[in-house]
Design a protein around this ligand. Structure first.
Ligand code: SF4
Length: 383
């Protein structure tokens, strides 16, 4: 018998026109020759796995197509994927359906096709509006294209648009960030994600750093950037509901919230992760191996090592603490069969004393100071 359960569907599109210098996501440039075969394989995986979970749990509450650069796919291939989704799950007006877009890869026809296919939320990777900085970080678009993309999105009927910014870029000043924030709110997206630049292993930036060729803003400047953005966005109507995410009322990303709230999700596509009934799975990462695995029926998904109970608790705590709501006591107890304080009384007391955490009957959440020094707080939740 079908047991209705909230769950999300993630679809991974691993193609990019060029690899951004800071990016360690599973995405590849120069693999356009695989786009058609990849789409076919993806639709087959979607049909098989999608039906399985639909029969168990009903339709997903959220769908998120990310990458990579989903908007790089030709319109015809995107329509094929949208049709495969409709074939399995039908339409659902109340479903949040997001597609990530690079402003350098959209046009009016493509956005209209996405809207017609049931997509109701777009997420644009803007990162900065400054063309010099955009070049320095390896983006393929300009600030003007980001503005144009927003106009095209509105014209195509999208009333829920998110934009990403990154701060702490090489050569960036506080005044540059202030200009970016002004430019961003002038476009009135419903949702803004903003991240401090991280140097990830294996990226072009990590190599440049090793060679002493990366001039990043100093720590004081980055701290002032953080303080500026956390004051600026709420003052302009964007409430902070997660460490890196801000939204106008009612426009929080349901899909991302479900990751932070321990909800199951099915990932399809190369390198996609799934979290199903407490188990984690990972699809093969390489595009040809993924296509081959689907085509031959050998399969593409492997179960990750089962998490110990301690690791599951830590992960639950870290993810929930990223959100403004924090850790929900009842949910923790339901999941682990013991009260939150039975595991974390010491950590909670210490962080409260330091002003990093607040506790009430419903649960515990980070204070603004706790969000700023999130790593200090997370460390206390390690078991
Ligand atoms: S477009 Fe996105 S996924 Fe692709 S390389 Fe740049 S940051 Fe990574």
């Amino acid at each position: 018998m079908m047991r209705k359960q909230q769950w999300g569907l993630y679809i991974h599109i691993p193609f990019c026109r060029q690899k951004c210098f800071y990016c360690d996501f599973p995405s590849f440039a120069g693999r356009e020759r695989y786009e058609a075969d990849y789409t076919d394989a993806l639709c087959r995986e979607l049909a098989v796995q999608g039906v399985l979970y639909r029969e168990k749990w009903g339709s997903p509450r959220t769908i998120y197509m990310g990458g990579g650069t989903p908007s790089l796919l030709p319109t015809g291939l995107l329509e094929k994927i949208l049709q495969a989704i409709a074939d399995v799950f039908g339409d659902a007006a109340d479903r949040e359906f997001t597609v990530e877009c690079n402003p350098g890869t959209v046009d009016a026809a493509k956005l209209r096709a996405l809207r017609a296919g049931g997509v109701n939320r777009l997420s644009f990777g803007v990162q900065t509006f400054d063309d010099t900085l955009l070049k320095k970080i390896g983006r393929i678009h300009t600030g003007a294209q980001a503005r144009e993309a927003m106009a095209l999105a509105r014209a195509a009927g999208f009333q829920n648009v998110s934009m990403d910014l990154i701060y702490g870029l090489p050569g960036e000043s506080l005044a540059d960030l202030e200009r970016d924030l002004e430019a961003m709110v002038a476009l009135e997206p419903e949702h803004i994600s903003i991240y401090g630049l991280q140097l990830e292993e294996g990226t072009a930036f990590a190599k440049m750093q090793e060679m002493g060729r990366l001039a990043l803003p100093d720590e004081d400047t980055v701290e002032r950037m953080y303080d500026t953005m956390t004051a600026f966005l709420p003052a302009h109507g964007y409430a902070r509901y997660e460490i890196s995410n801000f939204a106008k009322p009612g426009f929080e990303s349901c899909h991302n919230l479900s990751y932070w709230q321990d909800v199951s999700y099915l990932g399809v596509g190369a390198a996609a992760h799934s979290y199903l009934e407490g188990q984690r799975y990972e699809n093969v990462r390489e595009i040809p191996a993924y296509i081959e695995g689907i085509r031959t029926g050998k399969g593409v998904r492997r179960q990750e090592e089962a998490m110990t109970r301690e690791i599951a608790m830590e992960e639950f705590a870290f993810l929930a603490l990223r959100t403004a709501c924090g850790i929900d006591r009842a949910r923790f107890e339901r999941r682990f069969g013991m009260p939150l304080e039975a595991v974390y009384a010491g950590a909670i007391a210490k962080l409260k004393r330091q002003g990093l955490l607040e506790a009430d009957e419903a649960g515990v959440h980070l204070t603004p100071l706790g969000m700023k020094y999130g790593n200090m707080a997370f460390e206390e939740f390690l078991l």
